[in-house]
Design a protein around this ligand. Structure first.
Ligand code: BDR
Ligand code: CA
Length: 311
């Protein structure tokens, strides 16, 4: 069982990632959920995280608001993908559960210092601003992190917000650079994986057929969310990017990749936020990440549907 902090900007796919974690107590203990500005501004991501926990009936989860903008750039959001609220699709009630008063970055630092070294995994599902701010403020935490399992970046699939950059890395490339250079063990769920985790009509029906409020909400979220990828890329359905992170914690054997060097472009406007992934080992730069490319998509969707059925 892993103790984790989910750092997130919900987002329909973030929501499904959170639901999968909350449905899997034998594998995952959620110490807290930290929110960051990304798909939509912070006020909405920290509201959406609470909506999702209430949907799951887990009102005791601690939720923290963090950084409201990237380290050195203006915030870029993705309402064109996720809708105005970030969670368009289902109609869900406003949250009643509280937001904690502690800043997300303080919670991350304090938790890593309080728990035994090597026992807390960070799961970033949005721009890496909170994570990098914590690493900058408290460099001692890098050695205490068990693993950072993040959704971000792309190599073969290149980009989804610019021709060369994936959204989470593009929004805060400096934060990504700090994270990738931190020395903490990193697992990367790139677009190369997540563009294979598509909610086809059958998979959507399986969610709906759960016959629960969670199943219905997830089906409605992916109904909304697939619009963008279908129109833009002719994709067969919504890519469930962020749930690949929480699924990896439960069934790592569903994923395949290589340990490689990954550097982040932070200078060029043209390729800003590109994950320069040395997949073919053409440099002698040391590996700093396990970069995932493959997924057993059927296995992933069975796991997800099975677990969501519990909520
Ligand atoms: C990532 O960007 C966001 O829109 C999604 O939630 C996911 O984390 C995919 O590029
Ligand atoms: Ca996200």
């Amino acid at each position: 069982q892993r103790k984790i902090i989910i750092d997130t900007d919900p987002g329909q796919d973030d929501a499904v990632a959170i639901l999968l974690a909350l449905a899997s107590p034998e594998d995952i203990e959620v110490l807290g959920i930290t929110c960051v500005a990304g798909n939509v501004p912070l006020e909405l991501t920290s509201k959406n995280a609470r909506i999702v926990c209430e949907l799951a009936g887990k009102t005791d989860v601690q939720i923290f608001a963090g950084c409201d903008r990237p380290l050195g750039r203006d915030l870029v959001t993705a309402e064109h993908v996720h809708g105005k609220t970030g969670l368009n699709g289902p109609v869900l009630p406003d949250p009643r559960m509280p937001l904690q008063e502690t800043h997300a970055v303080d919670f991350i630092v304090e938790t890593l210092r309080a728990e035994p070294p090597g026992t807390v995994t960070l799961c970033p599902l949005g721009p890496l601003t909170n994570i990098a701010t914590a690493l900058q403020r408290a460099p001692d935490i890098a050695d205490r992190i068990q693993e950072i399992v993040l959704m971000g970046g792309a190599y073969f699939e290149v980009g989804n917000i610019t021709p060369t950059a994936e959204f989470n890395i593009y929004v805060d490339p400096q934060a990504a650079e700090i994270t990738f250079k931190s020395g903490a063990p990193i697992v990367v769920m790139s677009l190369d994986v997540t563009h294979k985790a598509l909610v086809t009509p059958d998979r959507n029906t399986a969610f709906r057929n759960l016959g629960t409020p969670v199943g219905k909400a997830v089906a409605e979220m992916t109904d909304f969310f697939e619009r963008f990828d279908k129109e833009k890329y002719g994709s067969d359905g919504a890519p469930l990017h962020d749930p690949c992170v929480t699924a990896y914690l439960i069934r790592p054997e569903l994923f395949g990749g290589r340990r490689i060097n990954v550097e982040i472009e932070t200078q060029s406007e043209l390729t800003m936020g590109m994950t320069v992934a040395d997949w073919w080992g053409v440099t002698d730069r040391p590996a700093n990440a396990l970069f995932m490319r493959d997924i057993d998509a059927d296995g992933f969707f069975s796991l997800l549907t099975e677990r969501l059925a519990r909520l």
